[in-house]
Every structure is written in C-alpha cells, then in structure tokens.
Design a protein around this ligand. Structure first.
Ligand code: ADP
Ligand code: PLP
Ligand code: MG
Length: 268
C-alpha cells in the first residue's frame, strides 16, 4: 500500500510538544508518512525555561528540502522559519516543485516566551509565502501582524483580518481565537474567500496547551495529504486538537504539552 507523504519545514522543540516533534507525532496519528526539514533547534534553559533558538545554516536546510522534494510530497507545512533567507528558500522550493497543498503556520512567538518578534520575517512571510498558501493558520496575534489591521478584539475584527490575509494571497484562512479571544467558547474563524464559518468548541481551562497550534496545522496538512477538502481538513483538525488539549499534561513545572495521540485514544 502506498502512503501519503508530508513535509514539515520547521524548528525542533527539544521539549517535544511543539515544532517538528508535534508535527511528526500528529502525522503518525493520521497514518501519513512525515518527512522533516529542520530550520532551527529550540532549547530551554533548565533554570527558568527561557528559550534559545539555534539556527541551522540555510545551505543545510536546502539539502534537506531537496532530499524530501526529490521523493515528492502530497502536502507540506511550514512552522518556525527563523530568518528571511529560509523564508526565501521555502518560497523558491514551493515554486520550483509546484507544491499546491501548502499550509502556512505563521509562527512568530512561542507561548510562554518573550522572544522578540522579528518584523522582517513577518514581512517576508506576508510577501513570499502567503501567496502560495492553500491555507494559513495564524493565532490572534499573528493574524494582526500579517493583516496589519490592528489588534483583534471582536469577531468583526477577526473577519476583517481574514479578508485582508485572503487578499494578500492565501486561498483560505483560519484565525485561531483559542484561549486568548474574549469569548466563552474556543472559536476559530475559517474564511474561503466567500463565506465565513465559525468553528466552536468548549474552552478548556488548562495551561497545558504547548504545541496546540503546531498540532492543529499538522493535522490540517495530514488531512489535505489524504485528499480531503480544505474545509473538512480544518474541521477534522479542530476535533483532533481539542482532544489533544483536553488531555494536555504537565511535563515539568514550566510546561505542559498537548497529548498528540488523545483523539485516537479517547474518542470514537
Ligand atoms: N483552552 C482551549 N480550549 C479549547 N481549544 C483551545 C484552547 N486553546 C487553544 N485552543 C484551540 O487550539 C487550536 C490552536 O490554537 P492556539 O493554541 O491559539 O494556537 P497557537 O499555539 O499557535 O497560539 C485552535 O483551534 C484553538 O481554538
Ligand atoms: C520549534 C517551535 N515551533 C513552533 C512553536 C510554536 O508552538 P505552538 O504550537 O504552541 O504555537 C514552538 C514553541 O515553543 C517551537 O519551539
Ligand atoms: Mg502557533
């Protein structure tokens, strides 16, 4: 039997909950074959858990991408990219290999970290990657940065940002309200260029949600690889990540990752 193949171009989260680790665990749960091109390695200081990002040389990132793309993939996602050079490289490869199932998770900051935003990366993602994305999955902060429409506080603000991000070239947009959005439910807004759909789940009262965004985008990528529509992929990913957050757990005194396998283990 042939397997559907996926690629993640993203950072390594040594603590295992987010980044490439979240992507591979999520791909495995979806029974798709995951391949990885590492952009950076994120490590945590055992004393206080502040993050440190060690970038990987762009020439090595290119070698990884060429390895994977020579094989071919059914869908691809990007996460933490780290530099304009890597964003340019990603865009170049997406064009060269005509990758149409491309999911852009525009990672700008890690939860629980005060890493300074790099505005040049945001500009490069907006200009070079959004036009290639079949869908992008910003959280509230990232949506505000991409759309440049100011802070997002209401559903109308979310809609305005989604329209702007769609105009910038992403074919579909899902803005994650999540925990931060002022609403009793955990809502995400999906926009396909014509219609808005609000995805709604109970808000889970937990701080063990490290990796939720990566897991959500990876689940969308896996579903696209399997040939599902964009909207079905997003709906399925919302169910998948909700279960993962519900079963989030405490790794140490600083961080609690989602449980990537919770959907298959505890639902159905
Ligand atoms: N406390 C929560 N309860 C239920 N769903 C949540 C919660 N926090 C986040 N989500 C959902 O998890 C997914 C990832 O969102 P989020 O954690 O905001 O992303 P990111 O990690 O990129 O900031 C979204 O579907 C969001 O609505
Ligand atoms: C390598 C890497 N990618 C992405 C993220 C973003 O994670 P989240 O899914 O919580 O948005 C993190 C956060 O620590 C990370 O370390
Ligand atoms: Mg995120």
């Amino acid at each position: 039997m042939t397997m559907k193949k996926t690629l993640t171009l993203a950072g390594s989260d040594s603590s295992g909950g987010a980044g490439i680790q979240a992507d591979l665990k999520t791909f495995q749960e979806h029974d798709v074959y995951g391949m990885t091109a590492l952009t950076s390695i994120v490590t945590m200081n055992p004393d206080g858990w502040s993050h440190h990002v060690s970038p990987i040389d762009v020439s090595i990132v290119e070698k990884q991408l060429d390895t994977i793309l020579s094989v071919g993939v059914d869908a691809m996602k990007t996460g933490m990219l780290g530099s304009v050079d890597i964003i340019e490289l990603g865009a170049k490869k997406i064009e060269a290999y005509h990758l149409s199932n491309y999911v852009l998770d525009p990672v700008m900051v890690c939860k629980g970290d005060d890493e300074v935003l790099q505005p040049e990366n945001t500009d490069a993602m907006r200009e070079l990657l959004l036009p290639h994305a079949v869908i992008t999955t910003p959280n509230l902060f990232e949506a505000g940065q991409l759309a440049q429409t100011g802070p997002i506080r209401t559903l109308d603000d979310m809609k305005q940002a989604a329209v702007k991000i769609h105009e910038l070239g992403a074919k579909h947009v899902v803005i994650k309200g999540g925990k931060a959005f002022y609403h009793e439910k955990a809502i995400d807004l999906f926009y396909d260029g014509q219609e808005f759909t609000v995805l709604e789940e109970d808000k889970i009262n937990t701080s063990y949600n490290h990796g939720a965004g990566c897991t959500f985008a990876a689940a969308i990528t896996a579903n696209l690889a399997k040939g599902r529509s964009v909207k079905d992929s997003v709906t399925a990913a919302k169910n998948f990540v909700t279960a993962a957050i519900k079963h989030g757990w405490k790794l140490n005194e600083y961080v609690g990752p989602v449980r990537h396998g919770a959907y298959n283990k505890y639902t159905n």
